[in-house]
Design a protein around this ligand. Structure first.
Ligand SMILES: [Zn+2]
Ligand SMILES: [Zn+2]
Length: 259
């Protein structure tokens, strides 16, 4: 009977997953128990996640080389971080789950381009693991604020990946989820087409603050950190509003291409 009940509950969970609202991660009670395919290589592994080999490939690279302590960019020995020269004075620090590099970049691509919402718990877990090891003295009253998506990308994707991750991460860390604190004013120019200076100028006008942040400890959640211009603009606005600290929590940190 217990076995039958288990099967019925599993069926109900699957139905909820299919029928649930768009972008809302499925409930997780079974995910750590059942053998399921690795999200990257397909090899059977315990729970909905990555096999050991893929996990090490995704998060194992982070120990390699000298990194900027503030934005996690890999640096040459003795090099001053070029990104932080531009964005200094805004966010305190960025923690990334992994580098935006193969094979981890495939997880981001599937989430954003293929709308694979079922990867949100896996990606959130990877980020939570990175936070646990990089930020042990997490403030107990941290607010998690997703970077608002443009109306254009909401139309294209039907959801905001940063908001899905922030919502689940807040639940996992038992912190406040504040999705309406930062609002996007306008779509602006597509940032991928702009250079660094132009990006900074464009992003500064994109967001506005919709609440009191005096003395608050805030973490801005985003899927990918590229140059840091978005993080910089929002963090600077929050600091000007009186926030005590502003950190960035991102799934992936883009690194420079060499050669
Ligand atoms: Zn694998
Ligand atoms: Zn840096």
């Amino acid at each position: 009977m217990a076995h039958l009940r288990t099967l019925c509950e599993l069926k109900r969970w699957r139905m909820r997953r299919v029928e649930g609202p768009v972008g809302v991660p499925p409930p997780t009670p079974w995910r750590g128990l059942l053998p399921m395919p690795c999200a990257l290589c397909g090899m059977t592994t315990r729970g909905a996640g990555l096999c050991r080999l893929c996990h090490d490939m995704v998060q194992g690279k982070q120990g390699n080389g000298v990194r900027c302590a503030r934005c996690a960019l890999v640096l040459h020995p003795q090099e001053t971080c070029p990104d932080c020269l531009v964005t200094l004075g805004s966010f305190d620090r960025v923690i990334a789950a992994f580098d935006y590099d193969a094979p981890a970049s495939l997880l981001i691509h599937r989430l954003k381009a293929q709308r694979r919402f079922t990867d949100v718990p896996l990606l959130t877990n990877l980020l939570a693991n990175a936070i646990a090891s990089a930020w042990p003295d997490l403030p107990v009253n941290l607010w998690l604020v997703p970077v608002p998506a443009s109306a254009r990308s909401i139309r294209q994707r039907g959801f905001n990946p940063a908001a899905d991750v922030a919502r689940l991460l807040a639940r996992r860390l038992k912190m406040a989820y504040r999705p309406s604190l930062v609002r996007r004013v306008t779509d602006g120019v597509k940032q991928a087409t702009l250079g660094r200076e132009a990006r900074l100028m464009a992003t500064a006008r994109l967001y506005h603050l919709a609440g009191n942040v005096q003395g608050a400890h805030i973490a801005i959640v985003d899927d990918v950190l590229t140059t840091g211009s978005t993080m910089h603009s929002i963090a600077r606005m929050l600091k000007r509003g009186g926030a005590a600290s502003v950190h960035g929590l991102v799934l992936a940190r883009t690194q420079r291409r060499h050669g």
